[in-house]
Design a protein around this ligand. Structure first.
Ligand code: PLP
Ligand code: COI
Length: 341
């Protein structure tokens, strides 16, 4: 199979339309058989649940070309389960996990020429999503839904690749206690758009949100969880009911504890203690592990000793091990890698 002639090193994190996507419709209480289609446009009624009341959830995962040429996905079963959790919270009928796996397999395989080559620094981003598709005007769930999966080749989420970024403490809140911050609902991202446009206009790469009940604790950014490294080499990360349970972070926990011998503390992290950490990074499927060199907090710069030029030493070890597992240069824990072709 010939790869597409794309400028893999410079594609950035943008939508590039590929050939095939998967569609399944839910009607009369059941998901239909579903299948691949070349039709990239969606036609729905003007009053569809997703258009009026944002009834939608999504997932994000990646396929890579490994060192031996295999095209693989990283832990898609965990994304399938998280989508079930998101769907339940949003009154969306869950898409069965085994069918989720079949769908992502089929779309990646059908678009194999778009999976970036090994060593290019790019990957194939997979976006499964479900939305309410029939008309609803009273505030209530739709009763017809569409599940779709498309893929797009992507480069680094943040400009500059693995260079440290500067983020700011946001004056906006992301997710309320007992709200929807812990599920992957489109509405969480809609409400972050104004805040992220403002942060970009001010020259920051992302917003770091605080817990909205007390505004004293660090939560996460608009599209990634946050991790810190203490001066004595421990990994510290916020424990909160209102942040997304990142699959990357859960994988980093395993790598830290079982491969690198790094101790983990998942706990309340107060903004007032952030200045004492040695390193900071954002983690997620899109972000992978992106180093944070500086956090701007209302006129004060919190600068991490690791600096603005390169990743901190411990962050780099976590990054190298995680990406080594994804790329097949380091043995993966059982069940983490699903071969597509
Ligand atoms: N937090 C938010 C708000 C996200 O959008 C994402 C991305 O999916 C993450 C965290 C990281 O989650 P994961 O590692 O499962 O991609
Ligand atoms: C992901 O990492 O998959 C996300 O959904 C985050 C988003 C900011 C692209």
């Amino acid at each position: 199979m010939e790869k597409k002639q794309l400028d893999w090193a410079n594609i950035g994190f943008n939508y590039i339309q590929t050939e095939q996507r998967y569609v399944s419709n839910y009607k009369d209480g059941a998901w239909d058989k579903g299948g691949l289609t070349t039709e990239a446009n969606v036609v729905i009624n003007e009053c569809a649940g997703v258009l009026q009341y944002s009834q939608s959830c999504f997932e994000g995962l990646k396929a890579h070309t490994q060192v031996n040429g295999d095209i693989v996905m990283f832990r898609p079963d965990v994304n399938a389960q998280r989508m079930v959790d998101s769907a339940k919270r949003l009154e969306i009928p869950p898409f069965p996990p085994e069918r989720f796996l079949e769908a992502v397999d089929a779309v990646v395989k059908a678009n194999a020429e778009y999976v970036p080559p090994y060593g290019s620094g790019a990957s194939l981003y997979i976006r499964p999503y479900i939305f309410g598709s029939n008309p609803v005007i009273g505030v209530k769930p739709a009763d017809e839904f569409q599940f779709r999966v498309f893929v797009t080749p992507v480069g680094p989420y943040f400009k500059g690749g693995a260079k440290p970024i500067t983020i700011k403490i946001s004056d906006f809140d992301r997710a309320a206690p007992r709200g929807t911050g812990n599920v992957k609902a489109g509405l969480n991202y809609a409400m972050s758009l104004h805040a992220v446009v403002a942060a970009h206009d001010e020259g920051f790469a992302e917003n770091l949100y605080l817990d909205c009940a007390t505004r004293t604790k660090v939560e996460e950014t608009g599209g990634a969880n946050i991790i810190f490294i203490t001066k004595d080499g421990k990994l510290v990360t916020p424990k909160s009911e209102s942040i997304l349970p990142s699959i990357t972070k859960r994988s980093i926990f395993y790598v830290a504890e079982n491969i690198l011998g790094i101790e983990i503390e998942e706990r309340d992290v107060y903004l007032s203690e952030v200045k004492d950490f040695a390193e900071c990074g954002l983690c997620g499927t899109a972000a992978v592990i992106c180093p944070v060199g500086k956090i701007y907090d209302h006129g004060t710069d919190i600068c991490f000793p690791a600096g603005m030029e390169k990743m901190g030493e411990v962050t780099q070890k976590l990054y190298d091990t995680l990406t080594g597992i994804q790329m097949g240069t380091i043995g993966a824990p059982e069940g983490w890698i699903r071969k597509v072709c």
